[in-house]
Design a protein around this ligand. Sequence first.
Ligand code: F6P
Length: 324
Amino acid sequence: MKKIAVFTSGGDSPGMNACIRAVVRASIHYNIGIAGILRGYKGMINNDFIPLNSKSVSYILNKGGTILGSARSNEFRTSEGRKKAHENLKKNGIEGIVAIGGDGTFTGANIFMKEYPDIAIVGTPGTIDNDLYGTDFTIGYDTAINTAMQAIDKIKDTADSHDRLFFIEVMGRDVGFIAARSGIAAGAKAILIPESKTNINELVKQLKVNASEKKMSNIIVVAEGDDAGGAFEIARKVKDHIDIFDVRVTVLGHMQRGGSPTCMDRVLASRLGVAAVEALRNGEKGIMLGQLHRKISKIPFENAIKHHKKMSAPLEQLAKILAY
Ligand code: F6P
């Protein structure tokens, strides 16, 4: 393989830069030409390709976000859009691609490769949600749970001072991984996740017990995709049943997506970036590189997208035991 390209797509995550750096440095190591595509599939369609060298990825290892930019492209969902993208890849002499992103990114890659098998695509899991099957952790998840934990710790300080009940919403549209780990680590009184049905009556019952023990300061962590609604909605439902608490709601939002990546994320991203280039070099394609039980895993895009990663029963159980 003479020349490859790298891009980031979908919601950004801390560690994407570390992964870009690893892809560039590995390409140089193996004597493969390397280009960057700006703003994901959008840049592929608009011919936004840039040359990359060792220096262009200096001092980015510790930076959040992505130097290549990220976007969601509706045009790439059309066959005309993908045709333009293919023409540009050919024009730029690209034979292989490392796509850093989440399920939307790999869904697009999968469709594209079926139409244009002359371009080999492999992926690395870049999303804070940790919702990709076939890898224990995704790039950015560790940083996000540490950010969320620190924010919850801070809110806990003020909650204790004022004897308040806080509902804190963390990201996780379809899954509760961020909520579960940050909630356990910050000692939440309850953790509400999409994976298990939220019972408002049960929650109210427990809060009444806490109130009877004069525990008025409580932290409830809510994953944004919880079946009973977001933090504001759940707070309102609880208030309808019990109105003795001084209630506040905080939505942590996009702060969870930024910041300098943790050591875990930097090393994971570096390892997977190099593995991705090696996979292309070995003629592999259509796979996501991940890490399972500390070893590199290779998961066909279809499986990474289709199979929903389940939260482990012990993690869910731990959250329940420790919560009340
Ligand atoms: O996929 C990552 C994620 O951060 C989700 O947890 C969240 O629901 C979504 O992206 C937010 O997306 P946007 O940046 O488009 O608001």
